[in-house]
Design a protein around this ligand. Sequence first.
Ligand code: HEC
Length: 222
Amino acid sequence: MKKLSVIAIVSSAAFLMQACGDDVQRKPSRVYMPDMAYSVAYETYSDYHSRLGDSIFYNARPVAGTVKRGEEAYHYEMLADTTGSYDKSAAMKNPLPQMDAEQLTEAERLYLVNCGVCHGQKLDGNGPLYKGGEGPYPAAPANFIDPKAGGGKYYAMAEGTMFHSITYGKNLMGSYASQVTPKQRWMIVSYIKSKQALQTAQSTPVAAAAAAAPAAKDTTKK
Ligand code: HEC
């Protein structure tokens, strides 16, 4: 009787161990009712092709012409009419209130991280990727700080147009929509505009005197 139970224990242990073996995992048995084992609804990164065929294609992009909740309706208009969208963008107003010093610092950081490599730390269109034509990037990026650059168009450029170009790209500049959120885009635009305003202030005699005054104070402190 004892012998029998020993045999039973050993053989059932062997059976169980065999069930855990590699062999079994490599050759899974048939799935009964696969709908229960695998979700029919396709998931973001799941291998749906093998099961659903090629009829459903998920490319992680929003459906053309749709707007994310909370996103400006501007996108909808732009997508609906891509031909005149560049000109229309000038009418778009920057929704952000005047930035404080902290926000300006953050805007500068965003600019330096995303744009400075081409447009330059000084906004002079001469970042390390371009380097006056010697860098690896072939096209001259816009010079935002020289009032005469591009026939003065970057000083005259509406904030909405800048936003549009960052969102959809312009000629050789690609879209930065996936790198910077709409709010961050407006912050960067405000930053560029604030730098331009500072440059204008410094180059007009009266304002230059005013701007020089604090600097003079600084030197006396030293
Ligand atoms: C890889 C280099 C590169 C980067 C990075 C880059 N740009 Fe540009 N950008 C360009 C070039 C080149 C042009 C000139 C395009 C033209 O007018 O042909 C340009 C033009 C522009 C213009 C003027 C567009 C117009 O309507 O004429 C704006 C505004 C601008 N860039 C903003 C940005 C901002 C903001 C960022 C960062 C989020 C950025 N760019 C990042 C290369 C770059």
